[in-house]
Design a protein around this ligand. Structure first.
Ligand SMILES: *Cc1c(COP(=O)(O)O)cnc(C)c1O
Length: 514
């Protein structure tokens, strides 16, 4: 076994990095992403025997195979904290057979009801552990201020993950005009002593640009360092510390599929993943490389279908692509950052990857070579689902199967039905339906996606609307407690700030001065 070190996809970081190095560092100097220098391999026995273990023990087992540089007993302890009573299902990430051959991996039993919890209940623990380890070794270190721009799911999951963690503070910025009532209330009612949340006037682009500008401002970085002993960090989905926990649930799901008779041990399952930044499906790819019998990985997109085109043609082109609004906003992405890791794994050539990424930055476009394209096509298939069809799928699957999908999972379900072959399919479910209650309501009421809610539904609060949907879908998974209780919580962070760098920086200054 032994420690697995990490190198970067652009070959610019000379140092071999450990797991905790990658967690604290996030992105490599030069803009590359950290990848393991080798992958552990799992025998069929290793995989199937996980079925007898709790989820936290499964996770600790996989982490130990990756030789993470944290004491094994400590890893077990952190995993119990990450995957315990904070999840509302004893199996944490259960597999449900919805009909013969179609299984759903439910990744939304965590505190914020979206799959981001699978990584963000875990990674912040390793983040503060990494800093504690370095302090204990006598290094002088700053604490970290995690700045997040969110279109909804990531912000709340990051807040829950970093709340009251040692050596960290977190400030989340969301677009005042761009999140649902439920998502806004989830964030502005956040508990914890090291957190702050701000609305930004404008849409997600305005919000993200403002936060990016604050990151790029060196004077702001020195001010934070000198006045407050803080360094900036982003903790976003390109951090390897968010990827490793996602590998765990693919291994775990195969073990559960076998023990439930959904697949014969050693036979393949296909996996359909609702994809945005390519992090979730990439974890499935790593699990496959490690020996999990996965046949095809189905890359499911919404109307922002740049990945569908890339998998079909080998050309990644956003040079003339407009961003489309969809009922699956967490997949509304033009640049799928984690794709860079796949390109490195397929080519093992940092110089080539660096060239493609430079093409993308300069021309909004790059084209992979034939060999890499063929290697990708052996594993990945891609397709996309329109806005109208996404809502149709929710209604159809509810009516025929009695299972209620959220709009992201609906995209993956449709692609699984369209493209699945003879293997049983695992549809990866990334959000509880109640996180996107308004669109689920439209689906069930057969209202067009582009229409506003009818006045009597529009008059309801987000939580009241969820109760309405729950009444229409008796037998479906009920509204999770933390969402049902939102109307009763105090709004701790009602503030909205101006867009632009100064708006973000002044908000942070004001908060730290308190
Ligand atoms: C983040 C998210 C996705 C996309 O996952 P990637 O790892 O970015 O591909 C899909 N569905 C939901 C609900 C999400 O929150």
């Amino acid at each position: 076994m032994g420690t697995i070190f990490y190198r970067d996809t652009r070959g610019l970081d000379e140092m071999p990095r450990t797991f905790t190095d990658t967690v604290v560092q996030g992105i490599a100097p030069g803009g590359g992403l950290y990848v393991p220098e080798r992958l552990p391999s799992l025998s069929l026995d290793d995989i199937v025997s996980l079925a007898g273990l709790s989820y936290s023990k499964r996770a600790a087992r996989i982490y130990s195979l990756f030789g993470v540089d944290v004491h094994p007993e400590r890893v077990e302890h952190l995993m119990e904290l990450a995957y315990g009573g904070n999840f509302d299902h004893s199996q944490v990430a259960p597999v449900v057979e919805v009909r013969a051959g179609m299984h759903v991996l439910e990744l939304w039993h965590g505190p914020t009801s979206a799959f981001k919890d699978m990584a963000l209940q875990c990674m912040p623990l390793f983040f503060s552990e990494a800093i504690s380890m370095r302090l204990a070794a006598g290094e002088r270190l700053d604490d970290y201020l995690v700045l997040v721009a969110t279109s909804g799911d990531t912000g709340k999951a990051a807040l829950e993950g970093f709340t009251d963690r040692d050596h960290t503070r977190i400030a989340v910025f969301y677009p005042a005009d761009g999140v649902s009532d439920i998502q806004r209330r989830q964030m502005i009612t956040q508990r914890g002593g090291n957190v702050a949340v701000f609305g930004v006037r404008g849409n997600f682009d305005d919000c993200q640009n403002a936060v990016k500008a604050a990151f790029a401002d060196e004077a702001f970085a020195s001010e934070l360092h000198e006045r407050h002993g803080l360094r900036l960090s982003s903790a976003n989905s390109i951090n390897w510390g968010r990827l490793l926990p996602q590998i765990v649930y693919y291994v775990s799901a195969y073990a559960d599929m076998v023990s439930a008779g959904g697949v014969i041990a050693g036979h393949e399952m296909d996996v359909s993943v609702p994809t945005g930044n390519f992090g979730n499906i990439l974890a499935g790819y790593y699990a496959r490389r490690m020996g999990v019998p996965i046949g095809r990985l189905l890359c499911a997109s919404n109307e922002n279908n740049v990945l569908t085109d890339f998998i079909a043609t080998g050309v990644y082109d956003i040079s003339s692509r407009a961003f489309v609004t969809t009922p699956s906003p967490s997949m509304d992405i033009l640049i799928s950052s984690n794709l860079e890791r796949l390109l490195f794994e397929l080519t093992q050539d940092a110089v080539v990857v660096r060239g493609w990424m430079a093409d993308l930055a300069r021309d909004g476009r790059f084209q992979i070579d034939r060999t890499t394209f063929a290697a990708m096509r052996e594993v990945f298939l891609g397709d996309w689902v329109s806005n109208a069809e996404s809502l149709d799928v929710i209604e159809r699957v509810w009516t025929t199967e009695g299972y209620l999908l959220d709009p992201h999972t609906a995209v993956a379900w449709e692609i699984a039905e369209r493209m699945g072959g003879d293997n049983p399919v695992l549809v990866v479910s990334t959000a509880h339906w109640a996180k996107f209650g308004a669109d689920v309501y439209k689906a069930l009421a057969r209202l067009p996606y582009a229409d506003p809610l009818p006045p009597e539904a529009d008059a309801l609060s987000g939580v009241e609307l969820l109760a309405r949907v729950a009444g229409m879908t008796v037998g479906a998974s009920p509204v999770p407690g933390p969402l049902a209780e939102l109307d009763g919580l105090t709004e701790r962070f009602p503030g909205v700030v101006d867009a632009g760098r100064d708006g973000v920086e002044d908000a942070v200054r004001g908060w730290l001065a308190r």
